[in-house]
Design a protein around this ligand. Structure first.
Ligand SMILES: *Cc1c(COP(=O)(O)O)cnc(C)c1O
Length: 233
Protein backbone atom coordinates (compact mmCIF):
# COMPACT_ATOMS: atom_id res chain seq x y z
CA UNK A 1 0.00 0.00 0.00
CA UNK A 2 1.21 3.43 -0.89
CA UNK A 3 1.26 5.98 1.90
CA UNK A 4 -0.36 8.72 -0.18
CA UNK A 5 -0.16 11.37 2.54
CA UNK A 6 3.54 10.69 3.08
CA UNK A 7 4.24 10.74 -0.67
CA UNK A 8 2.48 14.11 -0.95
CA UNK A 9 4.51 15.52 1.92
CA UNK A 10 7.74 14.42 0.26
CA UNK A 11 6.72 15.81 -3.13
CA UNK A 12 5.80 19.14 -1.52
CA UNK A 13 9.27 19.37 0.00
CA UNK A 14 10.91 18.66 -3.35
CA UNK A 15 8.62 21.17 -5.09
CA UNK A 16 9.53 23.79 -2.48
CA UNK A 17 13.26 23.13 -2.85
CA UNK A 18 13.07 23.41 -6.64
CA UNK A 19 11.02 26.62 -6.41
CA UNK A 20 13.56 28.12 -4.03
CA UNK A 21 16.42 27.16 -6.35
CA UNK A 22 14.70 29.20 -9.07
CA UNK A 23 14.08 32.09 -6.68
CA UNK A 24 10.35 31.61 -6.39
CA UNK A 25 7.81 31.21 -3.62
CA UNK A 26 7.05 27.47 -3.08
CA UNK A 27 3.35 28.34 -2.84
CA UNK A 28 3.43 29.68 -6.40
CA UNK A 29 3.70 26.12 -7.79
CA UNK A 30 0.42 24.21 -7.99
CA UNK A 31 0.69 20.49 -7.22
CA UNK A 32 -1.93 18.61 -9.24
CA UNK A 33 -2.44 14.92 -8.49
CA UNK A 34 -2.90 12.78 -11.60
CA UNK A 35 -5.40 10.11 -10.57
CA UNK A 36 -5.83 8.15 -13.81
CA UNK A 37 -6.24 4.42 -13.13
CA UNK A 38 -6.51 5.12 -9.39
CA UNK A 39 -9.70 4.90 -7.38
CA UNK A 40 -12.03 7.51 -5.94
CA UNK A 41 -10.89 6.36 -2.47
CA UNK A 42 -7.29 7.16 -3.34
CA UNK A 43 -8.40 10.59 -4.57
CA UNK A 44 -10.16 11.14 -1.23
CA UNK A 45 -6.93 10.24 0.57
CA UNK A 46 -5.02 12.78 -1.49
CA UNK A 47 -7.67 15.41 -0.77
CA UNK A 48 -7.42 14.68 2.97
CA UNK A 49 -3.67 15.27 2.66
CA UNK A 50 -4.27 18.73 1.22
CA UNK A 51 -4.47 18.16 -2.53
CA UNK A 52 -6.84 20.71 -4.14
CA UNK A 53 -6.48 19.82 -7.82
CA UNK A 54 -6.72 16.45 -9.59
CA UNK A 55 -6.26 15.54 -13.22
CA UNK A 56 -7.53 12.77 -15.46
CA UNK A 57 -6.52 11.99 -19.02
CA UNK A 58 -9.75 10.36 -20.21
CA UNK A 59 -13.22 11.89 -20.31
CA UNK A 60 -14.94 8.63 -19.51
CA UNK A 61 -12.84 7.96 -16.43
CA UNK A 62 -13.21 11.53 -15.20
CA UNK A 63 -16.99 11.44 -15.56
CA UNK A 64 -17.21 8.09 -13.77
CA UNK A 65 -14.89 9.02 -10.88
CA UNK A 66 -15.92 12.59 -10.18
CA UNK A 67 -19.37 11.82 -8.71
CA UNK A 68 -17.77 9.24 -6.37
CA UNK A 69 -15.44 11.80 -4.80
CA UNK A 70 -17.06 13.81 -2.04
CA UNK A 71 -14.18 16.21 -1.42
CA UNK A 72 -14.55 19.50 -3.29
CA UNK A 73 -11.71 19.48 -5.78
CA UNK A 74 -10.71 21.26 -8.96
CA UNK A 75 -10.69 18.72 -11.81
CA UNK A 76 -8.45 19.05 -14.85
CA UNK A 77 -8.44 17.22 -18.15
CA UNK A 78 -4.88 16.57 -19.35
CA UNK A 79 -5.34 13.92 -22.06
CA UNK A 80 -6.16 14.04 -25.74
CA UNK A 81 -9.75 15.20 -26.17
CA UNK A 82 -11.95 14.12 -29.06
CA UNK A 83 -14.53 16.64 -30.21
CA UNK A 84 -17.37 14.15 -29.74
CA UNK A 85 -16.57 13.98 -26.00
CA UNK A 86 -16.40 17.71 -25.34
CA UNK A 87 -20.08 18.04 -24.45
CA UNK A 88 -19.66 15.55 -21.57
CA UNK A 89 -17.05 17.57 -19.70
CA UNK A 90 -18.10 21.18 -20.16
CA UNK A 91 -18.87 22.58 -16.69
CA UNK A 92 -17.18 19.64 -14.93
CA UNK A 93 -13.57 20.76 -15.17
CA UNK A 94 -11.71 23.84 -14.02
CA UNK A 95 -9.22 23.62 -16.85
CA UNK A 96 -8.84 21.69 -20.10
CA UNK A 97 -5.06 21.51 -20.44
CA UNK A 98 -4.82 19.65 -23.72
CA UNK A 99 -6.15 21.89 -26.50
CA UNK A 100 -4.02 21.69 -29.62
CA UNK A 101 -6.28 22.60 -32.54
CA UNK A 102 -8.73 25.27 -33.64
CA UNK A 103 -11.20 22.50 -34.47
CA UNK A 104 -11.23 21.34 -30.84
CA UNK A 105 -11.38 24.90 -29.47
CA UNK A 106 -14.38 25.66 -31.71
CA UNK A 107 -16.24 22.69 -30.26
CA UNK A 108 -15.37 23.74 -26.69
CA UNK A 109 -16.58 27.23 -27.56
CA UNK A 110 -19.84 25.98 -29.02
CA UNK A 111 -20.62 23.68 -26.09
CA UNK A 112 -19.64 26.35 -23.56
CA UNK A 113 -21.98 28.84 -25.20
CA UNK A 114 -24.80 26.30 -25.15
CA UNK A 115 -24.23 25.76 -21.42
CA UNK A 116 -23.94 29.49 -20.74
CA UNK A 117 -20.34 29.09 -19.53
CA UNK A 118 -16.85 30.23 -20.32
CA UNK A 119 -14.23 27.47 -20.34
CA UNK A 120 -10.59 27.94 -19.34
CA UNK A 121 -8.03 26.10 -21.46
CA UNK A 122 -4.30 25.63 -21.87
CA UNK A 123 -2.63 25.11 -25.23
CA UNK A 124 -0.65 21.87 -25.34
CA UNK A 125 2.71 22.43 -27.00
CA UNK A 126 4.84 19.58 -28.37
CA UNK A 127 8.31 21.06 -28.17
CA UNK A 128 10.29 17.92 -29.03
CA UNK A 129 8.22 17.20 -32.14
CA UNK A 130 7.36 13.70 -30.93
CA UNK A 131 4.96 12.18 -33.44
CA UNK A 132 3.16 9.95 -30.94
CA UNK A 133 2.30 12.91 -28.74
CA UNK A 134 -0.41 15.50 -29.20
CA UNK A 135 0.33 19.18 -29.09
CA UNK A 136 1.01 22.06 -31.43
CA UNK A 137 4.52 22.86 -32.65
CA UNK A 138 6.14 25.85 -30.89
CA UNK A 139 6.37 27.85 -34.11
CA UNK A 140 2.62 27.45 -34.76
CA UNK A 141 1.49 28.21 -31.21
CA UNK A 142 1.03 31.98 -31.49
CA UNK A 143 -0.98 31.60 -34.68
CA UNK A 144 -3.25 28.97 -33.09
CA UNK A 145 -3.80 31.19 -30.05
CA UNK A 146 -4.68 34.18 -32.27
CA UNK A 147 -7.19 32.07 -34.22
CA UNK A 148 -8.83 30.74 -31.05
CA UNK A 149 -8.96 34.26 -29.63
CA UNK A 150 -10.69 35.56 -32.77
CA UNK A 151 -13.18 32.73 -33.17
CA UNK A 152 -13.93 31.41 -29.68
CA UNK A 153 -15.47 34.06 -27.44
CA UNK A 154 -16.46 31.54 -24.74
CA UNK A 155 -12.94 30.23 -24.25
CA UNK A 156 -10.22 31.83 -22.10
CA UNK A 157 -6.63 30.84 -22.83
CA UNK A 158 -4.80 30.63 -19.52
CA UNK A 159 -1.41 29.33 -20.57
CA UNK A 160 0.54 26.41 -21.94
CA UNK A 161 0.90 22.71 -21.09
CA UNK A 162 3.88 20.66 -22.11
CA UNK A 163 4.78 16.96 -21.81
CA UNK A 164 8.51 16.37 -22.15
CA UNK A 165 9.85 13.26 -23.87
CA UNK A 166 10.60 10.38 -21.53
CA UNK A 167 14.17 10.58 -20.26
CA UNK A 168 16.15 8.51 -17.76
CA UNK A 169 17.96 11.72 -16.85
CA UNK A 170 15.64 14.73 -16.68
CA UNK A 171 18.60 17.00 -17.46
CA UNK A 172 18.26 15.71 -21.03
CA UNK A 173 14.86 17.43 -21.38
CA UNK A 174 15.71 20.70 -19.60
CA UNK A 175 16.14 22.33 -23.01
CA UNK A 176 12.47 21.68 -23.89
CA UNK A 177 11.20 23.12 -20.61
CA UNK A 178 13.32 26.21 -21.25
CA UNK A 179 12.04 26.61 -24.82
CA UNK A 180 8.42 26.30 -23.71
CA UNK A 181 8.91 28.80 -20.88
CA UNK A 182 10.39 31.29 -23.35
CA UNK A 183 7.39 30.76 -25.62
CA UNK A 184 5.04 31.21 -22.65
CA UNK A 185 6.71 34.49 -21.69
CA UNK A 186 6.77 35.83 -25.24
CA UNK A 187 3.13 35.04 -26.05
CA UNK A 188 1.97 35.99 -22.55
CA UNK A 189 3.37 39.49 -23.10
CA UNK A 190 1.30 40.03 -26.26
CA UNK A 191 -2.01 41.80 -25.95
CA UNK A 192 -4.52 39.26 -27.31
CA UNK A 193 -8.20 39.25 -26.29
CA UNK A 194 -9.21 36.45 -23.90
CA UNK A 195 -5.58 35.48 -23.42
CA UNK A 196 -4.39 35.88 -19.84
CA UNK A 197 -1.46 33.64 -19.13
CA UNK A 198 -1.18 32.41 -15.55
CA UNK A 199 -0.43 28.69 -15.84
CA UNK A 200 2.67 27.02 -17.25
CA UNK A 201 1.92 23.32 -16.72
CA UNK A 202 5.14 21.30 -17.04
CA UNK A 203 6.65 18.47 -15.04
CA UNK A 204 5.65 14.93 -14.06
CA UNK A 205 6.98 12.44 -11.49
CA UNK A 206 10.29 11.91 -13.31
CA UNK A 207 11.13 15.47 -14.28
CA UNK A 208 9.18 17.98 -12.17
CA UNK A 209 12.16 19.50 -10.37
CA UNK A 210 13.88 20.44 -13.61
CA UNK A 211 10.56 21.75 -14.96
CA UNK A 212 10.12 24.00 -11.91
CA UNK A 213 13.71 25.23 -12.16
CA UNK A 214 12.88 26.26 -15.73
CA UNK A 215 9.73 28.14 -14.74
CA UNK A 216 6.83 25.71 -14.43
CA UNK A 217 4.16 26.86 -11.97
CA UNK A 218 1.94 23.76 -12.20
CA UNK A 219 3.21 20.18 -11.97
CA UNK A 220 1.18 17.05 -12.76
CA UNK A 221 2.22 14.18 -10.51
CA UNK A 222 0.77 10.67 -10.68
CA UNK A 223 3.17 7.84 -9.88
CA UNK A 224 5.09 9.65 -7.14
CA UNK A 225 1.82 10.23 -5.25
CA UNK A 226 -0.29 7.14 -5.93
CA UNK A 227 2.33 4.55 -6.92
CA UNK A 228 2.57 2.66 -10.20
CA UNK A 229 -0.52 2.41 -12.39
CA UNK A 230 -2.00 -1.01 -13.19
CA UNK A 231 -2.71 -0.89 -16.92
CA UNK A 232 -4.10 -4.46 -16.89
CA UNK A 233 -7.24 -3.35 -15.06
C1 LIG B 1 -0.13 10.41 -16.61
C2 LIG B 1 0.21 11.82 -16.85
C3 LIG B 1 0.97 12.56 -15.92
C4 LIG B 1 1.55 11.96 -14.65
O1 LIG B 1 2.61 11.12 -14.94
P1 LIG B 1 3.51 10.46 -13.75
O2 LIG B 1 4.78 10.13 -14.45
O3 LIG B 1 2.77 9.27 -13.27
O4 LIG B 1 3.67 11.50 -12.71
C5 LIG B 1 1.21 13.90 -16.18
N1 LIG B 1 0.74 14.50 -17.30
C6 LIG B 1 0.02 13.83 -18.22
C7 LIG B 1 -0.47 14.56 -19.41
C8 LIG B 1 -0.28 12.49 -18.02
O5 LIG B 1 -1.00 11.83 -18.95
Amino acid sequence: MEDIALNIRRIRERVADAAERSGRDPDSVLLTAVSKLHSAEEVEEAAAAGITDVAENKVQELCAKQPLVKAGLNWHLIGHLQTNKVRQIIGKVKLIQSVDSLHLALEIDKRSAAAGLKTDILIQVNAAGEEQKSGVAPELTEQLIREISLQCSNVNIKGIMHIAPFAEDPEDVRIYFRQVRELYERIGALDIPRVGFETLSMGMSGDFEVAIEEGSNAVRIGTAIFGARDYSK
